[in-house]
Design a protein around this ligand. Structure first.
Ligand SMILES: Cc1cc2nc3c(=O)[nH]c(=O)nc-3n(C[C@H](O)[C@H](O)[C@H](O)COP(=O)(O)OP(=O)(O)OC[C@H]3O[C@@H](n4cnc5c(N)ncnc54)[C@H](O)[C@@H]3O)c2cc1C
Length: 388
């Protein structure tokens, strides 16, 4: 199915059930990416996250028995795209939170699901602390270590770039153990957890992606997720879900296009110059391809398990394609808008910086290209993304 640049996806995908609540949230409640909040760009979007919690969107993908809405990827894609159109940082926090919930729902024990999911699906955020200052895509050696003594794990080390650091109720922390990589749930009230300042990043500043440190944090064995040395399948749940930051990029592209159209109509260049109309039309057609791609993958990932094709490789290439396309669109939009686009007050410059953040966010695009190259070399179409 092919979506046009401004089409409401509900016309083609009647399975999208949360359309009305997302639309009213976006138009009435979310604090927009507007000129008024430009000076507060680095603030965490607390009010937006509260609004998401109030309408149940923190638990979009969490099964109802653990307090969530149990929605499929198509509905989650719609919500994230529409939220990103006006508030990219909010949408990015929501995406990473939803992936954390999805991993816990897919790989947690019954006790962990009952203990954590209702809380992070209704009240507060879940976050993932994997990266470190010297550790990006290649996680073969982590500085954060965990060892077990009398049934209790001791975690020490420093994490970096954790989205929502200081605002989450639980952190899914990746460490090295003597048996390989492990995942542990560290609650925000753990006395050995310290939250650092958010990174001074170019874009997506409101995500408060920041540092946290663990200084001999004690974690009961019951809060270990999966077996140490066997966390690959847990990480793979992200790619199997069909959820990826390219959806946020698609929302950024939608927001960018809307702003560009306003600018070129207001300064009359759209009316005056054929070339402006052609360039804007080219962006409209790019947006149509982006949205068609994003929703086709979401629909595929929402099929019943028995009829669903593997989605890992498709999710990865969608992240690559959509984030690169959004970055290109924000660059072109600024160039077409002229000085109005170049001036920070019109917001296009900020969307450009936000789009670049998505290119770098995991899986970083170079890593995806490396993985595609590896699968082509091996004539194997599956994903070679994560080796842990
Ligand atoms: C907005 C934002 C939010 C983030 N949120 C989180 C979070 O919540 N939790 C968290 O743990 N981390 C988070 N991160 C960190 C993110 O996961 C890392 O930035 C990402 O893994 C890439 O790591 P790196 O930037 O250190 O680059 P590196 O991995 O050091 O890459 C350096 C260069 O090598 C290329 N490269 C890397 N691997 C390969 C490969 N296999 N083949 C070919 N080329 C390759 C890259 O493309 C890049 O050009 C966030 C990052 C951003 C930008």
């Amino acid at each position: 199915m092919v979506l046009t640049w401004d089409q409401d996806p509900r016309e083609l995908y009647p399975g999208i059930k949360i359309g009305e609540s997302v639309r009213s949230l976006v138009s009435d409640q979310l604090i927009e990416h507007t000129d008024e909040i430009r000076s507060r760009e680095g603030e965490f979007p607390e009010a937006n996250i509260r609004a998401l919690a109030d309408c149940g969107l923190l638990g979009m993908k969490t099964p109802p028995e653990y307090g969530g809405l149990g929605l499929d990827t198509l509905n989650v894609t719609y919500a994230i795209e529409q939220i990103a159109r006006v508030a990219p940082a909010t949408a990015f926090v929501l995406l990473l939170h939803t992936l954390t919930c999805n991993r816990l729902a897919g790989a947690g024990t019954e006790e962990q699901k009952r203990k954590y999911l209702p809380r992070i699906s209704c009240e507060t955020l879940g976050a993932s602390a994997w990266s470190e200052s010297g550790v990006g895509a290649d996680k073969s050696v982590l500085n954060t270590k965990a060892y077990r003594e009398n049934g209790v794990w001791h975690l020490s080390g420093q994490k970096a770039f954790c989205t929502g650091a200081g605002h989450a109720g639980v952190y899914m922390v990746m460490t090295d153990t003597t048996e390989g990589k492990g995942f542990f749930l560290v609650a925000d009230d753990n006395p050995a957890l310290r939250i650092g300042a958010p990174m001074d990043s170019m874009g997506l500043q409101g995500t408060h992606s920041g540092a946290l440190s663990l200084d001999n944090a004690l974690v009961p064995d019951s809060d270990r997720v999966g077996e140490p040395g066997q966390i690959g399948p847990i990480i793979n749940l992200d790619m199997q879900s069909g959820l990826h930051s390219g959806i946020v990029a698609t929302g950024i592209a939608l927001g960018t296009f809307g702003r560009l159209l306003d600018i070129v109509k207001a300064n009359n260049s759209f009316e005056k110059y054929e070339s402006v109309r052609v360039r804007v039309s080219q962006l409209a057609s790019s947006l149509s391809v982006m949205r068609t791609h994003a929703y086709a993958l979401a629909a595929m990932a929402s099929l019943p398990a028995q009829s669903r094709p593997p989605t890992e490789a498709a999710t990865m290439s969608a992240k690559l394609f959509l984030s690169e396309s959004a970055l290109q669109m924000t660059t072109d939009a600024i160039a077409i808008a002229g000085k109005s686009g170049y001036l920070r007050e019109n917001g296009l410059e900020r969307l450009h910086r936000d789009a670049l953040g998505i290119v770098i966010a995991a899986p970083i695009n170079g890593q995806i290209l490396g993985s595609i190259g590896e699968s082509l070399r091996q004539t194997d179409r599956s994903s070679h993304l994560y080796k842990v």
